[in-house]
Design a protein around this ligand. Structure first.
Ligand SMILES: [Zn+2]
Length: 156
């Protein structure tokens, strides 16, 4: 598939080539710039040295922490687990009793410590976001945080 603005394997007609040639004629590149360009191009592994903006070269790279949780949360197994937990608890927060709010499925036993319990239905309980935050971090969720989360979270 061709990227927009690029034509791979595209034959340029003689007429077009003539036009391009004419257009380029008037362009003057300073000698200094030309020298610099050729020097850089001659450097060994010039192409390999081009910055690649992904992975640990990317300024936002956090060392690969996100993919694991994203991967888990995207599995059918996990989604099914979460749905079953909600149904089991009748979409009601198991701490404050709020029903039908923005709910999350909480692992009673941490899934990072007990990975084998990740999809055990008895290891799951339904919590609303503030309660989930409280049991996870041991403090109340801040109003500003909660407001932001409210708008970005929805039951899926
Ligand atoms: Zn709650």
């Amino acid at each position: 598939m061709n990227k927009p603005g690029r034509k791979f394997g595209h034959l340029v007609s003689k007429e077009t080539r003539r036009k391009i040639g004419l257009a380029t004629l008037g362009r003057k590149v300073a000698l200094k710039t030309k020298k610099k360009m050729s020097q850089i191009a001659k450097q060994k592994d010039f192409r390999k040295r081009l910055p690649i903006m992904y992975g640990d070269n990317h300024p936002n790279w956090k060392g690969g922490i996100t993919p694991i949780y994203t991967k888990i949360k995207n599995t059918i197994e996990y989604k099914e687990w979460r749905r079953t937990v909600f149904i089991k608890d009748n979409y009601t927060c198991q701490i404050c009793g709020e029903r039908g709010g923005i709910l999350q499925a909480d692992h009673k036993k941490s899934q990072s410590i007990f990975p084998e319990l990740r999809c055990h239905i008895n290891n799951g309980r339904t919590l609303c976001v503030p309660c989930h935050y409280f049991v996870t971090w041991g403090k109340e969720i801040g109003d500003s945080q909660w407001g932001r989360r409210k708008s970005s979270l929805a039951i899926r």
